[in-house]
Ligand binder design. Structure first.
Ligand code: ADP
Length: 173
């Protein structure tokens, strides 16, 4: 079974095969982690994203990482939170699964996720974290192509909270 790591920091600094971007469906950049990734990767990333021409919510697309230490960026489009009764949970889980599948399809053994949808898209952090953990664990149990998954939390508060959730999932089986 693959290893899961939780780290605090800036995902643009990670030297792993693939980092995941919390993108929007235009794939043309935005604020938050998306803005940080585009700034660090350089203008070639926007050019590559423009050629893809967008991505539906719940899916993901892959580009090179250009000037990033990561070789690839997987652009996942998370759901905007509209109260939880509009399929948000399934769309968020789908983002994680699509991203892992893209990594596997490209033979990428490491993937790093930010907390998709928990910033500007307003998904409650605790719920988003449980979905992320559960979905990634289920996917890893069924596939053996990805060896290391990193959850990268930007703030210390989110980092602490995420670790509690991971621990709880582990102790409850
Ligand atoms: P979304 O639109 O999907 O909500 P955001 O970028 O607004 O995306 O936020 C997603 C999460 O990414 C938030 O929890 C935010 O704190 C975090 N974040 C912002 N910048 C970075 C970064 N450089 N590295 C890792 N996580 C980041």
């Amino acid at each position: 079974m693959a290893r899961i790591h939780v780290i605090q920091g800036d995902i643009t600094r990670l030297q792993v095969y693939a980092i995941v971007n919390a993108a929007n469906s235009s794939l043309l950049g935005g604020g938050g982690v998306d803005g940080a990734i585009h700034r660090a990767a350089g203008p070639e990333l926007l050019e590559a994203c423009r050629k893809i021409g967008g991505c539906p919510t719940g899916e993901a697309r892959i580009t090179p990482g250009f000037r990033l230490p990561a070789r690839y960026v997987i652009h996942a489009v998370g759901p905007v939170w509209h109260g939880g009764k509009h399929g948000e949970a399934e769309l968020l889980a789908s983002c994680y699964r699509h991203s892992l599948q893209l990594a596997a399809d490209h033979g990428l053994k490491q993937i790093a996720f930010p907390a998709i949808s928990t910033g500007a898209y307003g998904y409650p952090f605790d719920e988003a974290s449980s979905i992320a953990i559960r979905t990634v664990k289920e996917w890893l149990a069924a596939h053996n192509m990805v060896e290391e998954v990193y959850f990268v939390l930007f703030s210390d508060h989110h980092y602490q909270r995420f670790q509690q959730f991971l621990h709880k999932e582990e102790t409850s089986g």
